[in-house]
Design a protein around this ligand. Structure first.
Ligand code: ZN
Length: 333
């Protein structure tokens, strides 16, 4: 089941109360999405699929058109999430790291509902964030307020993640207060995820500056500022040890973004597949030529390498077997 913005809040709240985190995978292709859903299904875990601008404009989705890419991505995921196999699995779709001059038009359009082109139906994300790395504090606040206003104007709910300097060390509490209050005063009860800097960095570099204490401090502080429990979204989780992940979750992280390491596992598997299969591709008469040359060949090999790693990550975050907890809170809504 693909969760709407209000259902997403319930799952994020359940994660905070029950001390687990939802794995949020930045997925590049329909094959990658399928692999993540299969891994989540195997351990009955709620899971989040995220898309950044490069996926929306890439050849698997929008082919240069981010709005078309967002609609295609969402339609693909919604169709999968409603299929019998995944119907009981809590699945969220999140917009991750969308920036530049086209970001706000794209995000406001998406929360109003993007046309699927079929029978007038529309789709919209479960949760939305704005990449604030190129924004001032006031621009960051204005962007979230504008997205909330766009959703309200269309009579739709929205659930936002606010971020601040996620690659710039630990965000100070004064900055956090200005940002969170800035949105809350003008758009109450839309921010349900807070992504401050907690010492991690995007990419595959050193993560020794990660601070679980900063996570706990920001969780408490954001909860006081907003007047409701708010979980922390962790950016730059690639390279964190299982113990660091466990402490992050224990301290209040409810959503863990996973991109660089995920891309690395998939691309190395693809490289290995073609290294192993290279001779077959040179021999068109070979009995395995077609099964090697078709997209399914490399995708199946990558799946075999990748899915167990996704399952492992889900287990590190304590979300394996938490489908029941999520379905219980969703059934009461
Ligand atoms: Zn990030």
């Amino acid at each position: 089941m693909l969760l709407d913005p209000l259902q997403s809040r319930l799952v994020l709240r359940a994660a905070l109360e029950n001390r687990f985190a939802v794995l949020a995978v930045n997925a590049d292709s329909p094959a990658a999405i399928t692999d993540v859903l299969e891994a989540a299904l195997a351990c009955d875990a709620p899971v989040m699929i995220e898309a950044s601008l490069w996926q929306l404009t890439g050849l698997s989705f929008g082919a240069g058109d981010p709005a078309l890419g967002m609609a295609r991505y969402l339609v693909d995921l919604a169709l999968m999430a409603s299929a019998g196999r995944y119907r009981n699995l809590p699945i969220l779709f999140h917009t991750d790291h969308i920036r530049g001059p086209g970001a706000l038009p794209l995000l406001t359009a998406s929360v109003r509902g993007l046309s699927t082109g079929v029978d007038g139906s529309v789709v919209s994300p479960s949760t939305v964030s704005v990449d604030s790395s190129q924004l001032s504090e006031s621009e960051n606040v204005e962007a979230l307020v504008a997205i909330a206003a766009a959703a309200a104007g269309a009579g739709r709910s929205v659930t936002l993640e606010m971020e601040a300097g996620v690659d710039d060390g630990v965000t100070d509490l004064e900055t956090a207060a200005r940002l969170l209050r800035g949105v809350e005063e003008r758009a109450p009860d839309v921010v349900h995820l807070w992504a401050p800097g907690v010492g991690t960095r995007h990419g595959l570099g050193d993560q020794s500056a990660f601070s679980a204490e900063a996570v706990a401090r920001h969780r408490d502080h954001a909860g006081r500022i907003l007047g409701r429990p708010v979980g922390i979204a962790l950016h730059g989780s690639s390279g964190l040890s299982p113990e660091s992940l466990r402490r992050a979750v224990e301290s209040g992280v409810v959503k863990v973004n996973w991109s660089s390491e995920s891309l690395r596992i998939r691309s190395i598997a693809a490289r290995d597949f073609y290294a192993l299969a290279g001779a077959t591709l040179e021999s068109p008469g070979h009995v395995d030529w077609k099964s090697t040359a078709m997209d399914q060949g490399v995708q199946a090999y990558v799946s075999d390498q990748y899915r167990p790693r996704v399952v492992e990550r889900i287990r590190f975050l304590g979300s394996a077997g938490r489908g029941d907890v999520c379905r219980a809170v969703l059934s009461k809504s």
